[in-house]
Design a protein around this ligand. Structure first.
Ligand code: HEC
Ligand code: HEC
Length: 383
């Protein structure tokens, strides 16, 4: 296991800050339109307490905060299984190989891992990613880690699940640029080793090497790409898993209403919301509208998950926010009634978001040896 160091363990959050924070706990949960941002913002929590610390404030542990947090979040599952694509060790092994398979690209130079590097928290840290012949699309590559928990895939939700999603980039002319489903299948069928692997992954099927089965195998592999971290320990009751700064950040995350949208096991991925829900935000990309053609979906995007967020810069659908500070400012100002954040608030939020950095299972993501070309395997095509 490639263990990412956890935050220093500290036990208790004390003093009147915590009291003020608890006072700010009441929060309206509802649809996140602009006007529904919570009236109570974290101001009360963030201000220096007026009452002398020791007298009034009982010692407060993180215990109350665990209870509050459990209303919005849950620990990551070990796998995000799909009843329509039952998992097996053979299918996962095939999916892992296909994830790294550059022969699923026209010029045999790109795989899923080119843009979603598994040893880099599932991203390439580029604003937009170079695909076939270096072409770049308009959107930032989101991470594949924990993505299987999302209610739909892509920034605009145009694929229902990871199985369907995986079939998109292979044929996308600016990504892996394979000519057709048939050519992808023909390439794999020409590689003797894959015949066995598909047969083992899809037992009982006459012709197991199909385009749909490529998606099922990659999807099954992706469903195990979970990165539990200190925040999961916290949600399970270990209040020492978050530093005092992180606890303050979590409180602010709740009070400022970030939780209206960033909720669930991945702190996102369970709804669409407009970018610029309280204040108009300039972007050409119409997001979800392109799929539904509903006026209300203009500039709406799937709320992204926030696990490992400190590792996945740049941010937003177009990669326009270079740093975490940049995107925190955008969120506070355009998505919540909070408005501007001060330095302490940004520091606290960052400490909380750092606790969302999880552990990558090095064994699970290890690149396998890929089967060798057969006599009929087509050559790379740089055109
Ligand atoms: C050339 C770069 C590139 C390659 C290669 C690529 N992707 Fe992506 N991937 C992207 C971009 C960009 C997006 C976002 C596009 C959008 O939302 O319109 C994306 C989105 C995704 C998502 C959605 C995540 C979410 O939270 O919605 C998943 C999952 C994913 N890719 C997996 C894969 C898999 C599996 C492969 C290989 C079959 C692959 N990608 C190949 C660039 C790439
Ligand atoms: C009204 C819903 C909503 C609220 C409230 C909200 N967000 Fe977001 N958040 C989004 C959406 C939608 C995006 C994606 C926007 C885009 O890419 O265009 C996003 C993106 C982000 C990102 C970047 C993720 C990435 O991978 O690029 C971070 C970090 C973030 N939000 C943190 C926060 C914090 C912290 C708060 C509270 C101060 C907050 N958000 C409040 C909806 C919301």
């Amino acid at each position: 296991m490639n263990t990412i160091p956890t935050l220093p363990k500290r036990a208790r959050l004390t003093g009147s800050w915590a009291l003020a924070a608890l006072a700010g706990l009441s929060l309206t949960i509802g649809a996140c339109g602009g006007d529904e941002a919570p009236k109570k913002t974290a101001k009360s929590a963030a201000k220096k307490p007026k009452t002398p610390a020791k007298a009034a404030a009982p010692e407060i542990s993180g215990v109350e905060l665990v209870d509050a947090a459990k209303k919005y979040f849950s620990p990551l599952p070990a796998r995000a299984d799909n009843p329509n694509n039952p998992t097996s060790a053979e299918k996962v092994a095939l999916g892992r190989a296909l994830y790294y398979e550059t022969r699923l690209s026209k010029n045999h130079d790109l795989s899923c891992n080119s843009c979603h590097m598994l040893d880099k928290f599932g991203v390439d840290n580029e604003k937009t990613s170079p695909g076939h012949k270096g072409q770049r699309g308009e959107r930032n590559s989101p991470t594949v880690y924990n993505a299987a928990t999302h209610f739909s895939q892509f920034w605009d939700g145009r694929a229902a699940d990871v199985e369907e999603q995986a079939l998109g980039p292979i044929l996308n002319p600016i990504e892996m640029a394979v000519a057709s489903e048939d050519s992808a299948v023909a390439v794999l069928a020409s590689i003797p080793g894959y015949e066995k692997m598909f047969a083992a992954a899809f037992p009982g099927e006459d012709k197991p090497i199909t385009y749909a089965n490529i998606g099922k195998a990659i999807g099954d592999f992706e469903r195990g790409l979970m990165t539990p971290g200190p925040f999961d320990d916290f949600l399970k009751g270990d209040i020492t898993a978050l530093s005092p700064d992180a606890l303050q950040g979590l409180q602010l995350f709740i009070d400022a209403g970030c939780v209206q949208c960033h909720t669930g096991p991945n702190l996102g991925g369970i709804m669409y919301q407009k970018l610029g829900s309280v204040k108009e935000y300039e972007t050409e990309d119409l997001g979800r509208f392109e799929i539904t053609k509903n006026e209300a979906d203009k500039k709406a995007f799937k709320v992204p998950g926030l696990r490992n967020i400190v590792k996945t810069a740049p941010y937003l659908h177009d990669g326009s926010a270079e740093t975490l500070d940049d995107v925190l400012n955008v969120m506070a100002e355009y998505q919540t009634a909070k408005g501007k954040l001060d330095d302490d608030e940004r520091r606290h939020l960052t400490a909380f978001l750092e606790a969302l950095t999880g552990t990558i299972d090095a064994e699970y993501i290890k690149k396998p040896e890929l089967p060798e070309n057969g006599p009929k395997t087509p050559a790379p095509d740089p055109s």
